[in-house]
Write a protein that binds this ligand. Structure first.
Ligand code: B16
Ligand code: MG
Length: 212
């Protein structure tokens, strides 16, 4: 086996919360009178909450103090978490679950490396609350992707050397973070077009081929 562990990005890889992020940022932007659309929302993929707010505020005419920014991010997150309650185990695809089970059956350790501070809440909603061996997320990092911190921590939690880990990512910043951590990266979805990843996946189950 080429790897001992696989570290998965959450949003855009294991499940999709894009639309809920969109609705929550849109509600905040509407309240501020700032223009916001799906194209801007796509730029928020893999980006931390405060960095996302800065992107949303590019179309805001006024200025917010640091305190007001924190309150705005908090408000968006409250809306987002309320929306996340709509998620159920039906939001986890059969392909993802079957592939994860097959990877585990091969003896691979499975971890999460996500920028989100809502990782554990989301995993619980989709029925994977106790599934992963270790979770590194927005609650244990100080620097966001493309900084490698989230993946370096994930490998430490799994007690694996970086070269024994493969990262699966849907964002260019995430692929860059994985490579900077000294790990191989498998790109899926949007991240394929950046051309930086070790492998490009057409679909999630292609992972089974890559780890052989
Ligand atoms: P939160 P990932 C990322 O998750 C999302 O892609 C990104 O859109 C979001 O802003 C970020 O988490 C922070 O999320 O506000 O829940 O802490 O792709 O790294 O799993
Ligand atoms: Mg992602």
């Amino acid at each position: 086996m080429k790897y001992k562990g696989i570290i998965f990005d959450l949003d855009g890889v294991i499940c999709s919360t894009d639309h809920y992020h969109y609705l929550a940022w849109k509600a905040l932007a509407d309240k501020l009178g700032a223009y916001f659309d799906e194209t801007i929302n796509n730029r928020l993929r893999g980006v931390s909450r405060m960095a996302s707010l800065d992107i949303v505020l590019e179309r805001y005419d006024g200025t917010l103090t640091e305190e007001e920014k924190l309150a705005a991010a908090e408000e968006k997150n409250a809306t987002y978490r309320e929306l996340l309650k709509q998620m159920t185990p039906a939001d986890l695809s059969d392909e993802v679950k079957t592939t994860l089970d097959a990877l585990r059956a091969k003896g691979l350790l499975l971890g999460i490396g996500s920028s989100s501070k809502n990782t554990r809440f989301i995993l619980g909603r989709i029925g994977l609350g106790d599934y992963f061996d270790k979770i590194s997320d927005g609650t244990n990092i100080t620097r966001s992707k493309p900084d490698p911190e989230v993946f370096v921590k994930a490998a430490q939690f799994l007690e694996l050397a970086p070269e024994d880990c493969l990262v699966v990512e849907d964002a260019k910043a995430g692929v860059e973070a994985a490579l900077a951590a000294g790990m191989d990266a498998a790109a899926i979805g949007d991240a394929v077009s950046c051309g930086l990843a070790t492998y490009n996946l057409g679909r999630f189950s292609d992972l089974l081929r890559v780890v052989e």
